[in-house]
Design a protein around this ligand. Structure first.
Ligand code: GUN
Length: 288
């Protein structure tokens, strides 16, 4: 391995310390703590773990976490009513509805109902449009965390070739917008891209967010590139055991790249840190 390891866990820990200090300052001047409402519908096991981690991170940062657990058979109207109640609640600065939602609920209708100034996930079309047009707004936490990690090893991104593999609204598209905002030359690649390895090899900054275990091989990586692996995939390892791997073949890519994020311990911890940062920002805006 020649690449430097980008330690997301350490970067996130130091960010979270700083956010906790800033939350204390905010509370002292505003006379209240920031509040984040997290809504979980149903009993998806992975979602339950994410929500528990988010609640614990809020508590550690001094942010009030309001958890709303609703049964799997909750109707769209009932969830909508919960969201509208949170929109109107002045103790709630940020609202996060954990995805995925059960099939009877149209997620896009729910996300559209969240007040854009409480949309700390950055999923509302108003915030997506703000990001796309370079206006201030809330940026989705995972790509925001990725940019932070990229800047930790490559502060000047001007003119760099960036390739984002994946075009989701949650990661790929906002990641591309952020890199464009940092003056990179950006390509968004995806499952239909012709000769994906060749496109990936152009990248000084390669972000993989496709959800395909170890798809990005060593010979897809330009020597000296910064590689950010957003994937979290559980695969079989030794008989009867599983392990987590990213979308990048770590052993191969780390022999070629200049710097690379591990899985786990890379991008994952940054997402929660950015959620706390967005919630504090929402509270500051609400305090005027
Ligand atoms: N499900 C998986 N990741 C996320 C996230 O960042 N936000 C929400 N709301 N749901 C998710």
């Amino acid at each position: 391995m020649s690449a430097a390891l980008i330690d997301g866990k350490a970067v996130a820990a130091s960010l979270r310390e700083r956010i906790a200090d800033d939350v204390a300052d905010f509370a002292a001047s505003a006379g209240r703590v920031p509040g984040l409402a997290v809504v979980l519908v149903g009993d998806d096991a992975a979602s339950a773990v994410y929500v528990r981690n988010k609640a614990a991170a809020c508590a550690a940062a001094g942010i009030a976490g309001h958890e709303h657990r609703l049964p799997a058979d909750t109707s769209e109207e009932a969830l909508l009513a919960v969201v509208l109640g949170l929109n109107a609640d002045p103790s709630v600065d940020g609202i996060l509805v954990q995805l995925p939602l059960p099939p009877q609920i149209d997620a896009s209708r729910i996300l559209a109902a969240i007040s854009a100034d409480k949309d700390v996930d950055g999923f509302h079309a108003t915030n997506a449009g703000r990001l796309a047009t370079g206006l201030p707004g809330f940026v989705p936490c995972t790509p925001l965390g990725c940019l932070h990690l990229i800047r930790s090893v490559g502060p000047d991104l001007r003119g760099a070739e960036a390739v984002v593999i994946g075009r989701s609204n949650i990661v790929g598209k906002p990641m591309a917008a952020l890199l464009l905002g940092a003056d990179c030359t950006v390509t968004i690649a995806h499952s239909r891209t012709r000769d994906l390895p060749e496109v990936a090899r152009r990248a000084d900054i390669l972000v993989a967010a496709v959800g395909r275990p170890e798809m990005v091989r060593g010979d897809w990586v330009k020597p000296g590139a910064i590689v950010i692996d957003v994937g979290i995939n559980r695969i079989a390892s030794t008989p009867g055991r599983t392990k987590l791997v990213g979308d990048v073949h770590f052993a191969e890519a780390s022999a070629v790249a200049r710097a690379i994020t591990p899985v786990p311990g890379g991008v994952g911890p940054m997402t929660i840190a950015m959620l706390l940062a967005n919630t504090l920002e929402a509270a500051r805006r609400h305090a005027g």
